[in-house]
Design a binder for this molecule. Structure first.
Ligand code: ATP
Length: 569
């Protein structure tokens, strides 16, 4: 171990930490208050923080608080396990609650040098990153879990990669969901080489189409059976700094994975034939998936991209994970410091839509309340028991509607969105649409759809409160011009059984009712072409809805009778 140790207090700034790190040529500093080590702060975090204009922020806001310590008596094997296995590049050595020294990863690595040389040739870029990936062959598991089609396709990617001299990997959510035994066949491929060239080669050899994005080195491969594969070039964005040109450099898969949001999304499976099925884990993703933890890769993750706050909560609730304690603190800090306010409306809207598209968005919204996130959307927006009950109803209504198999397309997120904004007044809904940078078309759908639903609910309520039994054609008239989303929202919002029954009647019996006679038939009967035809057809529809006509002959007689009258019934 090394002694004496340079340390910093938690109330000092990132700038001050940076000075100490530079002056003493260190990569990581223990943060010590009253003689006790309460965290670690790395050069990488300090530099990125300064890059993001946070040099006056306090060390305590960005230090790592989840770390292991050892004592002077800890066996070396344990030290080795902590440094290599748990990705901790500096171990404080503690005796009787006091810091008595540190052990750096470099020291451990020196000791292990000979063994390491035999191992792999991976190079650490940041001190806080592990040097080596953990690898495990999951070939058999893949064969068991993937449909033959997917398995075969992955092998083909590996073969084409070999032919071009590229290493090819399946990455991200696809791998995560494989480990979680979920079904996800959105294949994401990362290539150490030219991703576009790989896609072009695929197009030459197999029946598929490609779309390329030269600027980003990405391509989408579309197969005739609807399967879609995203191909990217392994890259890492180098931060602009006065000394460096902004660049996107080709680099190893490790750098590509390091840019990602959470450890569970940093897993890769190599696809080249010789290493097919090798699961590559640089950042402890497997452990976190096993332990069901959502964890960011570094302390400035939410500063770099605050949308990750929403992603963390969404994944946590979707998979029944827990956001790690330190990651939770980073979220709280990002909220407190107001980083989410920096997000553009469009990005917030995309995240919100993704949340409302989840199978069950309710727990995600509940959790958003824990982190005090609603006021970022609109200061009046809140989550309470009423909102929760409404979301539960929406969930029931959607499940019911899906079971009708009506083949009617609708946007699930919009129904939940109506639920979310139910607490807002008209003007406030407008403000929210503005904040979320909705385009005019969407704004109209939101404002009008919600208003029409509320008005229709009032109209139906007036029947119920005056004991009126509406005709089937009256129910049709009120509901038919509303969007499916508005109708389903009404069904969820109402507390009246009759209202629910009317809407259900509309979907199951009324919505497809059409007269048997067509315009041409009416002309034959003697109706003048022009507006009279439309009037006649409307009259017939109404009669059919109210079951006054059943057969074609009934319809003809109905028309003939009506012809003698001045107006259509
Ligand atoms: P889903 O199942 O919701 O589609 P996914 O993990 O496939 O989840 P995508 O949003 O499709 O997520 O993103 C694909 C991959 O890109 C993720 O696995 C993650 O590694 C990375 N990614 C997406 N958004 C971010 C982000 N904001 N910051 C960093 N990495 C991200």
């Amino acid at each position: 171990m090394v002694y004496p140790v340079k340390t910093i207090e938690s109330e000092r700034t990132l700038e001050e930490a940076g000075e100490i790190l530079t002056r003493y040529n260190l990569n990581i500093l223990p943060v010590v208050d009253d003689g006790k080590v309460i965290g670690l702060i790395s050069k990488q975090v300090v530099e990125k923080g300064e890059y993001h204009g946070l040099k006056n922020s306090l060390v305590k806001e960005y230090m790592t608080t989840e770390f292991s310590v050892v004592s002077p008596d800890t066996p070396f094997s344990r030290v080795q396990a902590l440094v290599i296995g748990q990705n901790q590049s500096l171990l404080p050595v503690i005796e009787q609650n006091r810091l008595v020294g540190t052990i750096s990863a470099l020291e451990v690595m020196r000791i292990l040098q000979t063994e390491m040389m035999k191992s792999e040739k991976e190079v650490s870029v940041y001190e806080s990153q592990p040097l080596y990936a953990r690898k495990k062959v999951i070939f058999k598991f893949m064969k068991e879990r993937f449909p033959e089609r997917i398995h075969h396709l992955l092998m083909e990617f590996g073969k084409v990669g070999d032919d071009l001299g590229y290493s090819v990997y399946a990455v991200g959510g696809f791998v995560r969901d494989l480990l979680l035994r979920g079904e996800n066949f959105d294949v994401d491929i990362v290539v150490e080489g030219d991703g576009i060239r790989l896609a072009e080669e695929f197009e030459k050899r197999f029946s598929c189409r490609i779309r390329t994005h030269k600027k980003f080195g990405t391509a989408i491969i579309l197969f005739p059976d609807g399967l879609k594969v995203d191909v990217a070039t392994a890259r890492w964005e180098v931060y602009d700094s006065p000394a460096a040109l902004p660049t996107v450099e080709s680099a190893s898969i490790k750098m590509d994975l390091y840019r990602r949001d959470f450890t569970m999304n940093t897993l890769a499976i190599q696809l080249n034939p010789k290493a097919f099925g090798e699961l590559i884990d640089f950042f402890g993703g497997v452990k976190d998936v096993k332990e069901k933890v959502v964890r960011v890769l570094h302390n400035l993750s939410f500063v770099e991209d605050p949308t990750r706050v929403f992603r963390a909560i969404r994944f946590e609730q979707r998979f029944g994970f827990q956001i790690g304690k330190h990651t939770q603190n980073l979220i709280k800090n990002a909220v407190k410091v107001g980083f989410l306010e920096r997000l553009s409306g469009g990005r917030i809207l995309s995240e919100l839509i993704l949340i409302l598209h989840e199978e069950t968005p309710l727990p995600v919204l509940k959790r958003m309340k824990d982190f005090n996130l609603f006021h970022f959307f609109h200061h009046k927006l809140k989550w309470d028991e009423q909102a929760e009950a409404l979301f539960e109803q929406i969930h029931h209504v959607i499940s019911w509607f899906d079971l009708l198999f009506l083949e009617e397309r609708y946007e699930r997120w919009l129904i939940y969105f109506y639920g979310l904004i139910d607490i807002l007044k008209d003007g406030e809904i407008g403000e929210l649409c503005q904040r979320l940078a909705m385009n005019e078309k969407l704004k109209k759908r939101v404002k009008e759809g919600k208003l029409q639903a509320d008005q229709a609910l009032l109209q139906i309520f007036s029947w119920i409160s005056t004991d009126q039994q509406p005709k089937r054609s009256e129910i049709y008239k009120i509901l038919d011009h509303l969007s499916t989303e508005s109708k389903l929202f009404m069904m969820a919002k109402t507390t009246q059984i009759s209202t629910r029954r009317y809407i259900s009647l509309y979907f199951t019996q009324l919505k497809d009712v059409k007269p048997l006679l067509k315009g041409a038939d009416l002309i034959q009967i003697g109706i003048q072409s022009g507006p009279s035809i439309k009037k006649a057809l409307n009259g017939l529809l109404k009669a059919r809805l109210d079951e006054q006509v059943i057969t074609r002959q009934d319809e003809i007689e109905y028309i003939q009778k009506a012809q003698g009258m001045e107006t259509w019934p």
